[in-house]
Design a protein around this ligand. Structure first.
Ligand code: DX5
Ligand code: ZN
Length: 226
């Protein structure tokens, strides 16, 4: 993974056909996805359950781009090794998921994966300040995590501006997760984001047998982001 701040569209497989992840991933990558965003939920940190390391390992061979694993789980530390072994390129943990985010980020980097830090909408940018040199990505949640298809929370855009300022020259991606579509992408891009996660807006209208809409959706988000 080389670093740059160009726009990267990361479709979230939370919005794909759960019975057909391999083919869905191949279809959305063929249609222009830059990264594949993988939402892991535990029914404890967030009120929804998706899948774990075994599923990540199973889909890994289908991903040619970047496997971006977003852990919405608590605790995080006992599972880091398993997600790294599953082949995650980026492992993102929430600052709200436990008392030892510094240790968690160190543990992620120790596996060789890139370390991501996610901030819920109610968490200020300052929460990232003490660990800026330990992260490769900051994920700004623009919905409350747990479900796809929620409404973008506009007050989070200011946080992106603050984080971009705090990051300075560090090679840290700013990722936006939740409610990204062609109307909200330009707002977060202008504020300094480079990785745009899109679930419903990427997968809407398409399928494995009719993947062209995936390409149109991705193109529309990228064009709007500018
Ligand atoms: C929400 C997840 C998101 C979700 C985004 O908890 O972390 O990645 O898939 O879905 P949309 O783009 O539909 O808001
Ligand atoms: Zn996510």
């Amino acid at each position: 993974m080389t670093f740059d701040r160009s726009v990267k569209i990361a479709p979230s497989i939370l919005a794909a056909d759960f019975a057909n992840f391999g083919a869905e991933i191949e279809a959305v990558e063929a249609q222009g996805a830059d990264w594949i965003h993988v939402d892991v939920m535990d029914g404890h940190f967030v009120p929804n359950i998706t899948f774990g390391p075994a599923m990540c390992a199973a889909i890994r061979p289908h991903i040619k781009t970047v496997m971006d694993v977003h852990l919405m789980i608590a605790p995080v530390d006992p599972y880091i090794e398993a997600f790294a072994d599953a082949g995650a390129d980026v492992i993102t943990a929430h600052v709200e998921a436990g008392p030892h985010i510094h240790r968690t980020l160190q543990a992620i980097r120790a596996t060789g994966a890139k370390a991501g830090l996610a901030l819920n909408p109610g968490t200020p940018a300052e929460a990232a300040a003490p660990v800026l040199d330990l992260v490769d990505l900051i994920c700004v949640m623009t919905v409350n995590p747990g479900f796809g298809g929620q409404k973008f929370i506009h007050s989070c855009v200011q946080k992106v501006t603050e984080l971009r300022e705090m990051i300075g020259d560090r090679e840290v991606h700013i990722e936006i997760d939740g409610g990204v579509d062609p109307t909200t992408a330009p707002l977060v891009r202008a504020a300094g984001a480079d990785v745009l996660v899109a679930g419903s807006a990427a997968f809407k209208g398409g399928s494995v047998s009719n993947p062209a809409p995936y390409g149109e959706n991705i193109k529309a988000i990228r064009a709007a982001a500018g």
